[in-house]
Design a protein around this ligand. Sequence first.
Ligand SMILES: [Zn+2]
Length: 292
Amino acid sequence: MKINLRNIAAYLVAKIKIISGKPNKIIEQCKNGDLILSIYTHNMSKHQLNQIIRWMKKKGISFISIEELNAMMDQNQEMPKGKSIITMDDGWNNNIDIMSFCEKLRFPICIFLTTDPIENGGGYWWSYVKKAKEMGLKVRNVDWYKKLENSEREKAIVELRKLIEIKREGLKPYMIKSHSHSDWVSFGSHTKHHPILPKCDENKMEYEILEAHHKLKQWIGKTVPYFAYPNGSYGIREIEILKKHKFKLAFTTKPYPIKLKETDPFQIPRCEILEHVSLAENICRITGTWIK
Ligand SMILES: [Zn+2]
């Protein structure tokens, strides 16, 4: 845990929640077959992920791959007991350690890739905004940019990229190719540039989804029918396009567990776990009790 006021206060709140028994209640419901824990993260270290996995295993939770979840939803299977799925978003370069770690541990993970920073290097778009702020340039915060129409946001980022250089933040294509036959590491797409899809016009939205879909097919050698909405932002329009192009599962950032009979395969909820926070806070996050 990174020691700062926010994390210490959050740790104390989390401890109180754990003592109240709410997270444990969710774990028991999972072991009962009432729900599947659905967790995602971004750029977590293998050490921190391992700490979380060890805690979950100790509680009697084991892990399913995205292919297994797809089969369960597709075939209308009964809820399994004590299962969780872990996914990661964006394709950060540190994920290479997680990929080797998952192979070694025989642990299933799915990484949703934003393909342009992987293909062409440089940073994710919001990193340019953050760096500009650090450099003392006059910019608004990332959330403000997310609210712009996509073409406006793109223009603003192009201007920032003229002033700021960021080294590669994403994985390299060969890292994905070398895991394309893995039994433990799976991939899904997360658009080409990570736009806020509802802020794109229809052509651009479809282009962003399809470009990443085709690039992944090139890298992996097969079609990958899994998708995660960038920023968790989507609407009916995005769902329809994914269905049209024969995607099977799409993941949101709504912080709930999965229930096979109730969960829409195109609106799969996920609870976010964070880097640099306490295990206690992440325990509350895993169980979806952090926000309640
Ligand atoms: Zn993302």
